[in-house]
Design a protein. Structure first.
Length: 238
């Protein structure tokens, strides 16, 4: 996530992040849990691993689920938003997994470029980055730091919002289902759309991954505009 994108996630947004995310993404917790399960299946149960988590601020749900499933894993959690990273640290302490996690205020580019990670997770970041160049750049930055054939979980919104009015209406209905007034629905939908630029299709997600050095993407979760994939770092030595 860039500093410009991170600016949206100030203290006020951080304070409402958990509720908003669980309404905006039906299956929020399931996505994080399945991401942990997919990584465990890809790496092998019970094996030690060092995992990079990009855009880790917020609920830290992906880290908590993975750390509880595989207590021998360690995590480097990177986020450029101080309020969001502080929130993640609070959740990690409450979940009693903070000893497995190193938190870094910054971006992937701030980390050592040598391959040192067995896996990576990036959830809810890609659609906040403006333009495909920025999207592919962060994926390439992650690839550089992964060992060959290491798995990456990437999840976020895809499809142009305006192209799917039925999904947009269903999204608004999620807020009504959770007691939001018409005015609040309008405000929440506006905030969701603010500055977001999701990939236009699943094919575009796959193309971005391929251009950054990943192959074999497999979608394992979907919810309205949201998708989650597991891909692997290409082994250039083969």
């Amino acid at each position: 996530m860039t500093q410009d994108s991170a600016a949206k996630f100030d203290a006020s947004r951080a304070s409402e992040y958990a509720r908003q995310s669980r309404i905006a993404l039906a299956g929020y917790d399931a996505c994080h849990e399945l991401s942990a399960c997919m990584l465990s299946a890809a790496l092998g149960e019970g094996k030690a691993a060092r995992v990079l988590v990009v855009g880790a601020g917020g609920t830290a749900g992906e880290i908590i689920a993975a750390a509880r499933l595989e207590p021998q894993w360690s995590f480097v959690a990177v986020d450029p938003s101080s309020p969001m990273l502080d929130l993640a640290r609070e959740h990690l302490v409450r979940a009693e997994v903070s000893d497995q996690v190193e938190t870094v205020l910054g971006a992937v580019v701030d980390l050592d470029t040598a391959p040192s990670f067995d896996a990576a997770i990036m959830i809810g970041v890609l659609h906040h980055l403006p333009g495909n160049a920025a999207k592919q750049d962060v994926l390439a930055q992650i690839a550089t730091r992964l060992y060959p054939e290491a798995p990456l979980i990437v999840a976020g919104n895809y499809r142009d919002y305006a192209s799917q009015p039925l999904l947009m209406a269903a999204w608004a209905a999620r807020w009504r289902m959770n007691g939001a007034s018409p005015e609040e629905v309008q405000a929440k939908m506006g905030k969701i759309l603010q500055g977001a630029e999701p990939p236009r299709s699943e094919d575009e997600v796959i193309s971005l991954l391929a251009g950054a050095g990943f192959n074999e993407p497999l979608r394992f979760f979907a919810s309205l505009f949201w998708g989650a994939w597991l891909a692997r770092r290409i082994d250039n030595a083969k």
